[in-house]
Structure formats: structure tokens, C-alpha cells
Write a protein that binds this ligand. Sequence first.
Ligand code: 4NP
Length: 253
Amino acid sequence: MKSLRCISRLTSPHNLQPCHSSHSLSRNSSFLVLLLRTQFPSIQTSLSHSNFRKPDSSFSSGPVIRSSMAASTPTTSAETGTKLFSVIFVCLGNICRSPAAEGVFRNLVNKRGLDSKFRIDSAGTIDYHEGNQADPRMRQASKRRGIEITSISRPIRPSDFKDFDLILAMDKQNKDDILDAFNRWKFREPLPDEAHKKVKLMCSYCKRHDETEVPDPYYGGPQGFEKVLDLLEDACESLLDTILAENKHIFDS
Ligand code: 4NP
């Protein structure tokens, strides 16, 4: 395992040419990661966020906690001062699955005339694609279903554990990474004790699909993006129904 960790460290983007486009750098590292994942499935965990971060990442254990400088945003309506229900979707890069989840959920909320009651956002467990638009393949697949994806990638930050009522992870690794981050950040700044309970798996809301995770489509073909949207449309419908049923105090006013 020790040698495998070394291999995974060697594949870190720190060792590759820096580039901020959503493809060139990630394509190089993606190839190596894909190769390693295929050859050594057991190192998948150590190849998650920890090997895709920049040196000043919000997940860094070093002294710079850049993300904690981000201001906490109020979750009340600017117009009415009433409480908003806040949901954030989280995947690895925040360029495929979580921006799509944000778009699908926003579209549903809009169709039901509930925009003013919600705050909806998305983030990644790595900051590797920070500032980038969502992957064009994901945007095009969503557009074909009438869903616009407009979000810009950003990493999850400590204030998200205060600002959001629900944190939806796309897969189990994302969920573990989010909880690991919470467990580190809670010793550095005050965070709600129970915030870890806000973290749920997106597919736990699926009604028509048996999958337990939204699979990462980044390395695959177009059908992967369609599958993501199928799962997200299923999960988002029941997520919205569940939120409305469990938070009547917000939605009945
Ligand atoms: P996402 O997909 O987590 O759904 O945004 C990915 C995006 C980028 C990479 C992997 C997955 N990447 O290796 O750069």
C-alpha cells in the first residue's frame, strides 16, 4: 500500500504543468488516474480529493485556510426577511454532477414557483477547476433536456456547514471527503455541532433507480452524462417533495 501511495502522489497535479482550462491539465492527470484506478482499484480512496488539490487548497492541512476567509452568506430572503431553505450539491470537481444537480433542482423549484423560498448552490471537494464553467458535455446534455447550467466551479468551504440546511453528496467518496473536511474545520473555527447530519447521498432520494451513487461521467462517453441526468431528475423530484413535506413552516407562509 505504501508503494501505491507513492504512485498516487506522483500523479498529483502538483507535479504537472499548471493550467486552468477545464481540460488540458486534467486530461494528463486523468489519464494517469484512470490507469491507476484500473490497475489498482484499492487506491481509489487515496486518489480522491487529496491528490487533485492545489497547494493552497481548502482541504490543505497547512496554515493557509483560504476557504475560511469566504464570508458566510445569510440564508434569509432579502425581500421578506423570512428563512430560505438552502441546499448545496457537492461532487469532486464541481464541473459535471453537482452543477447539473444544481440546474435540475433549480429548474424544478422554478416550475413550482418556489424560487423565492430556496437558496441553491453547488461545490466541489477539490479546487482544481475553481472559476471554470461546467464541463461543456454536461451543459449540452442538460440543455437538451431544457436545463441551463450556469454555475462556476468553487470548492466547498467551512461556512457551507453553517449556511446550508442540506449538503447532497453525489457519491460515497464525496460524502467521506465532505465529512473529513468538517472534522478538520470544526477544530479551527466554530461550526454547528450537528452539521455532519446535513450530509446525505443524492441517490438516497431516488425513487425510480436502484443506484446508490451518481457515477462520475468525466472519463466516459455521452451516455454517462445522460445517466447522471436520469438519476438527478429522479432524486431531485423526491428531494423537493421531501423538503416541502418536512419544512411546512417555511413553505406554508
Ligand atoms: P465531477 O466530475 O466531480 O462530477 O465534477 C469530475 C470532474 C473533473 C475530474 C473528475 C471528475 N477531474 O479529474 O479533473
